[in-house]
Design a protein. Structure first.
Length: 221
């Protein structure tokens, strides 16, 4: 027997966590409006795994009601006790390009030392597409954590501001090949003569992964 919207809503209110998890999974078969309502409930569930799944799904289903999605995701970003859920909220805000959330994301970044959470926020800023994110990402390039730094490089490419090229060029000589590889990708996104000159240098990088990826970029420009 197939589930109905009402039966799933009742199951999401059940005491048994297993029943609530099954209901959340089954909600994927509902219409987008019904699914959005069910996810809104699951996003404040007492069990972190359910909240994480619901918040992650809102990154796509949230297009149904962007204002309500902004409200739910901003709340999870700021007050959820689990960093995984807060990171998922940041990612969904970015996916939905809710530029109104920029200041909240910036504040969340500055209030934590958890690099995974910071990484999620930096990646979200790139997807967000908010122009004011440029200065924030430029500062994040100075992060002592290499993965956060790599995320900032990628987000500068996603943001598309040509001023980022001058920030990325010095990193062509970074000792970490993964940073050089990400710089290559972002320069390819940004384009322009200065970026192409940088790519031509990276095309001869001593690390094959960097050199080969860069040559492919140059061939596509």
């Amino acid at each position: 027997m197939s589930e109905t919207f009402e039966s799933l809503r009742e199951q999401l209110a059940a005491d048994d966590m297993g029943i609530r998890m099954k209901a959340l999974h089954a909600s994927r078969s509902m219409s987008i409006s019904e699914r959005f309502t069910l996810l809104s409930t699951a996003a404040i569930d007492s069990y972190a795994r359910i909240r994480y799944d619901a918040v992650s799904q809102l990154g796509t289903v949230g297009t149904f009601d962007l204002d309500k999605s902004l409200e739910i995701l901003s709340d999870r970003l700021c007050v959820d006790p689990e960093l995984d859920v807060r990171a998922a909220a940041a990612a969904s805000l970015g996916s939905l390009q809710l530029t109104q959330a920029f200041e909240l994301l910036k504040t969340a970044y500055e209030s934590t030392n958890d690099w995974m959470f910071q990484f999620s926020i930096i990646a979200a800023i790139g997807e967000l597409g908010a122009a004011q994110g440029f200065d924030f990402l430029a500062q994040a390039l100075q992060s002592p954590n290499e993965l956060v730094k790599i995320a900032a490089i990628g987000s500068l490419g996603d943001l598309g501001n040509p001023k980022a090229v001058s920030l990325l060029i010095p990193l062509i000589d970074d000792p970490d090949w993964q940073i050089r590889h990400r710089v290559s990708q972002s320069l390819g996104q940004l384009g322009g003569s200065e970026a192409i000159a940088g790519l031509e240098k990276l095309a001869n990088d001593p690390m094959p992964q960097v050199a080969e990826a860069t040559r492919s970029l140059l061939n596509s420009i």
